[in-house]
Ligand binder design. Structure first.
Ligand SMILES: Cc1cc2nc3c(=O)[nH]c(=O)nc-3n(C[C@H](O)[C@H](O)[C@H](O)COP(=O)(O)O)c2cc1C
Length: 336
């Protein structure tokens, strides 16, 4: 395999061309910083979970808190979701003032509450307003503006038109989650929709949806022609997926099996240091362990017992019973 692909889009550089997906309730700054640090040279971009912009611009302090500290070598942006161009634009200006490397606009969220308020994926059905939002943000931000779309609401007939609308309004990069709004998060994603968006625009397209392994990242690029790949849920089950992809792509030896329990302990430490309540942190730890169990990163025979644990001490005791450091059965994705 060749050297790592990179994306350069009017001042926004993804080097390499991989992107940790924003996931509300998962990729807070603790999770994000840990993934970015533990995949050195393997993730080119990340952004905050969506920040819902309603009637008033979001305070700069809140945006700064969501953004966290910069991570060298990684472009970290702020994702905004709203439907009032002036309010979104002002929030974008504030995001840039607190260090956002780029501003991403969310046109993909399928949640009914969001949809009813004409935000997220609902804007796929309002192309003019979608264009106005991108344009107003571009005019205000002074940093690259990007957009993340789904392939459509109930059908994919307009994926090209939406992609072109995003480009014409001045976005420098487009992420296409290949599912429809009605498909929510079910598998598999129809990657031909990503290919159609790639063919419709000249800005770089990041493909997203169902990249489950390091090999899938390369396959998505090959099959769709996308410039880079965004990985979502697979990075919860395997937070080292990007490093494994990097090694695979460079033909290097697979990284040593990571210590998943140490990762979870560090995750907890960062959450608590960031002000999370212990109960809240425990909820996130259980969520992560569940995904790691499904991915084979961690072993635990009694899932119910783990999910019922009342505090972090009980949780880690259960995990330690069956997992020795560096004993995870992770598929590193290196060439066999
Ligand atoms: C729990 C969860 C929260 C999500 N939150 C966001 C979000 O805040 N912003 C966004 O653009 N997409 C969000 N997504 C969608 C993901 O970014 C991604 O597009 C989707 O999971 C498909 O990628 P995957 O198949 O690699 O998981 C979320 C997905 C999940 C599962």
């Amino acid at each position: 395999m060749s050297a790592l692909p990179r994306v350069e889009a009017a001042g926004l550089i993804l080097d390499p061309a991989t992107y940790l997906a924003p996931m509300e309730g998962v990729t807070d700054r603790s999770f994000r910083s840990l993934v970015l640090e533990q995949n050195p040279g393997a993730v080119g971009a990340a952004c905050t979970e969506f920040l819902r912009v309603a009637q008033h611009p979001i305070a700069a302090e809140r945006i700064a808190l969501e953004l966290g500290d910069p991570v060298p070598g990684v472009a970290v942006g702020v994702q905004l979701m709203g439907n009032d161009p002036a309010v979104v634009a002002e929030t974008a200006r504030r995001a840039v003032a607190v260090g956002a490397a780029f501003v991403d606009l969310n046109f993909g969220c399928p949640a009914p509450k969001v949809f009813q308020h004409c935000a997220g994926s609902a804007l796929l059905g309002e192309p003019e307003l979608l264009g106005e939002l991108v344009r107003a943000t571009v005019d205000a931000a002074g940093v690259p503006v990007t957009a993340k779309i789904r392939a459509g609401i109930e059908h994919d007939r307009e994926v090209e038109e939406i992609a072109r609308r995003v480009e014409q309004a001045g976005a420098v990069l487009l992420t296409v989650h290949g599912r429809l709004r009605t498909e929510r998060y079910t598998l598999p994603t129809d990657w031909s929709r990503i290919r159609r968006a790639v063919d419709a625009v000249s800005i770089p397209v990041i493909g997203n949806g169902s990249a489950e392994s390091p090999a899938d990242i390369d396959r998505m690029m090959e099959e769709t022609g996308c410039a880079g790949v965004m990985v979502g849920r697979a990075a919860i089950g395997n937070p080292w997926i990007f490093a494994a992809w990097r090694a695979r792509r460079l033909g290097e030896a697979a990284p040593p099996p990571p210590d998943a329990i140490a990762w979870l302990r560090e995750y907890e430490t960062r959450m608590l240091a960031g002000g999370a309540q212990p109960r809240q942190a425990l909820g996130r730890l259980k969520q992560a362990a569940k995904a790691m169990g499904n991915a084979g990163t961690l072993r635990f025979s009694d899932r119910t017992q783990l999910l019922r644990s009342q505090d972090a001490a009980a949780y880690f005791a259960i995990l330690k019973q069956e997992n020795q450091p560096n004993a995870s059965k992770l598929d590193t994705g290196s060439p066999k």
